[in-house]
Design a protein around this ligand. Structure first.
Ligand code: ATP
Ligand code: MG
Length: 269
């Protein structure tokens, strides 16, 4: 006799593809990657080097990386960009949005299926975005799913079958939580993604986004903000910087509005 649960199970079984497709990954880099600091270029080059290592080396069938950094520092966009640049036939992302609301067992099935898919092509990249969310970690409690954690630990270390290569790029904004979960040893390398740190970085973003009517406007923003922000240190994520710029653009007085917004964002730290 087929009951309702069988029916629901069968639905999840026929889902054609697991993980976000390449097309959807592109939306993660919709706003592009601005090379506001030499560090950005280093991150991209570092990523591209791991892509080459996975595809060329017989010894490295599996490489697992962790991109960690403050919220909005650009971890998802950088990971997606590296994945898309690879040209690998299989590029997927497990994102928190997709698995939101699933039961623990469904999440585990989902992870199983995505990895199984990722072992099918010769060259595969899997981005696990906000890995702490996948583990159901919540700061109040604090709580997480130990079952999902154990499954992930196995997959992060499991070598793909012979002649198959897999690069895993995980992201997190809660590095210390992962440390407590004892999962850091599952990664071959940890890569820190910094915030927009100083006026030079910020100025480069202003230039790239063509903020203001002229160079004078941009210099005015920098000069005035330097007076407001202690030691000219910003420490604001690129996501927030770009949002602030967009908001200010639509203000009657973009220059002063941007100074205000940036001062607020940086004092939050
Ligand atoms: P969260 O902590 O919320 O997950 P995040 O660190 O993953 O945030 P993203 O979602 O990647 O940050 O947001 C970064 C945004 O900034 C994207 O829209 C991206 O296109 C844009 N961006 C511009 N320049 C860069 C850069 N150099 N690095 C990363 N992202 C950039
Ligand atoms: Mg992200």
């Amino acid at each position: 006799k087929v009951n309702r649960q069988d029916f629901l199970n069968s639905l999840s079984e026929v889902t054609p593809a697991f993980g976000v497709s390449e097309e959807d990954l592109k939306t993660c880099v919709e706003n592009g990657i601005i090379k506001y600091s030499p560090k950005v270029d280093d991150l991209l080059k570092n990523g591209a080097r791991y892509v080459r290592q996975v595809s060329n080396s017989d010894k490295s069938r599996l490489i697992s990386l962790l991109f960690h950094g403050p919220p909005g520092s650009g971890k998802t966009a950088l990971s997606a960009s590296i994945a898309l640049q690879s040209g690998f036939p299989f590029v997927r992302m497990i994102s928190p949005e997709e698995i939101a609301g699933m039961s623990e067992q469904n999440k585990i099935n989902y992870i199983d299926n995505t990895f199984r898919d990722a072992y099918k092509s010769q060259l595969n990249i899997l981005v696990i975005d906000n890995i702490e969310t996948l583990i159901d970690w919540v700061p109040i409690g604090p709580r997480f799913s130990n079952n999902i954690l154990q499954v992930l630990k196995v997959y992060l270390k499991r070598k793909p079958p012979k002649d198959r290569k897999l690069l895993i790029i995980s992201t997190t904004s809660t590095y210390s939580v992962l440390k407590q979960m004892d999962i850091l040893s599952c990664f071959d390398n940890e890569i820190a993604v910094p915030n927009v740190q100083n006026m030079e970085d910020f100025f480069n973003v202003l230039v790239s986004t063509k903020f203001g009517d002229s160079e004078e406007d941009r210099v005015a923003v920098i000069n005035q903000l330097t007076k407001v922000v202690p030691e000219g240190k910003l420490n604001v994520g690129i996501k927030k910087v770009l949002t602030n710029i967009e908001t200010a653009r639509h203000d009657e007085d973009p220059v002063n509005e941007l100074i205000d917004l940036m001062a607020q964002s940086s004092s939050a730290f």
